[in-house]
Design a protein around this ligand. Structure first.
Ligand code: ASP
Ligand code: MG
Length: 407
């Protein structure tokens, strides 16, 4: 008998029929002789709608009340899932995050899990129940409802799996697993059977958003192996786990793309201490996330600094920089470029193989694609290209690293 945690995302519980599909799957797993804990998201679109509603009654909704509101999305799903299970002759019992013993800090709308006391979960399991837990929510020490940040049901599932020492954690979603590239862009992309936590994290931060990054980080920290798979079929999914020696033999595990990026360049800034601190201080103060940063070799005491960010943040960044620019001296100029995108190759095999960047650049050159910017990490090489060329770039790189399906 195994103890299994299954998480079902918003689309997998998106309507009554799909909730019944989940109930069936869960009961099947139980009938095979397992104990099953189910973590569910809000039905797709529900959380967005609740946020919209809050803005219709308030210009700046109070964050404590926001959490009370958002937690109702998942609460609806747990009750409906339990009802469906009971209707099929099974024993289902729902638990809110608080009832499941999930304690968090008090940072409303993006709380962190402090600890989990899963006594109620164990008791219901021992009684033969399927336990259905509301994802994305918890409770502070003084009893306030909290939520864990968008996509937080993944975190609930991983953290619960760690707390109850589950044998298996399955993340059910609307795709078959993690692919070597977005199959809508690269038709020859294939499902990756297994990858390491670090590769999963790099893929996520480079645009392949299958799961919330925080949950993957948590899984890595606590050694929770999990499988990403499709709730609508029985295909095996992708296993995400600790690194094993054989994994490094594959140099590039996947190619990921991120659209709608923008580049900011500040020309002719004085090359002296404090300049970068001032520029990026202003960006940080405006709560803008940046990605690549490049500073040129200086010439005549002047240098250029470029960085990239999400295209959506560009107006905010320009506004934030206007003021600083004027304090940096005469002739300092701000230039921006939108309509660019990022293509990254990811793989832990890069640590032990050379020539990865060269191979990527050659593939792009052969496809006549110009590289605007480059950055690397230990297990990633990323380039910025024109947005109009991102699909061709991804295909060229995917082929160059031998990732195309062979059939
Ligand atoms: N319902 C929440 C959201 O949409 C949490 C989740 O789905 O994981 O962000
Ligand atoms: Mg979701």
């Amino acid at each position: 008998m195994a103890l299994i945690v299954q998480k079902y995302g918003g689309t997998s519980v998106g309507n009554p029929e799909r909730i019944r599909n989940v109930a069936r799957r869960v009961l099947e797993t139980q009938r095979e002789g397992n104990q099953v804990v189910v973590v569910v998201s809000a039905m797709s679109g529900v959380t967005d709608n609740l946020i919209k509603l809050s803005k219709e009654v308030s210009r700046e909704p109070n964050e404590r009340e926001m959490d009370v509101l958002l937690a109702t999305g998942e609460q609806t799903t747990i009750a409906l899932t339990a009802m469906a299970i009971n209707d099929m002759g099974g024993k289902g019992a729902s638990l809110t995050g608080a009832q499941a013993g999930i304690s968090t800090d008090g940072v409303h709308t993006k709380a962190r899990i402090a600890n989990i006391t899963p006594d109620a979960v164990h008791k219901l399991l021992d009684d033969g129940h399927v336990v259905i837990i509301a994802g994305f929510q918890g409770q502070t020490a003084d009893g306030n409802i909290t939520t864990l940040g968008r996509g937080g049901s993944d975190l609930t599932a991983i953290a619960m799996a760690a707390a109850i020492k589950a044998d298996l954690c399955q993340i059910f979603t609307d795709v078959d697993g993690v692919y070597t590239c977005d199959p809508r862009v690269v038709k020859t992309a294939t499902k990756i059977p297994e990858l390491s936590y670090d590769e999963m994290l790099e893929m996520a931060s480079s645009g392949s958003k299958v799961m919330q990054s925080r949950s993957v980080e948590f899984a890595k920290k606590f050694g929770v192996r999990f499988e990403v798979r499709n709730s609508m079929n029985n295909n095996p999914g992708t296993i995400v786990k600790e690194e094993t020696p054989g994994m490094e033999s594959v140099v590039v595990r996947g190619v990921s793309l991120e659209r709608n990026q923008a580049k900011v360049t500040i020309d002719d800034v004085p090359d002296r201490p404090g300049v970068s601190a001032a520029i990026f201080g202003a960006i940080a103060k405006a709560n803008i996330m940046i990605d690549m940063i490049v500073q040129n070799v200086s010439f005549d005491g002047l240098t250029d600094i470029s960085f990239t960010l999400s295209g959506a943040d560009l107006p905010k960044a320009e506004a934030a920089l206007k003021e600083v620019i004027s304090t940096l001296g005469e002739g300092v100029e701000l230039r921006v470029q939108s309509g660019i995108a990022k293509c990254s190759v990811v793989g832990i095999g890069m640590r032990s193989h050379s020539g990865v960047a060269a191979k990527m650049f050659k593939a792009l050159a052969d496809a006549s694609i110009n590289i605007i910017m480059i950055s690397t990490s230990e297990i990633k090489v990323a380039v910025i290209v024109e947005e109009s060329e991102i699909e061709a770039a991804s295909r060229a790189v995917h082929t160059a690293f031998g990732l195309d399906a062979t059939a």
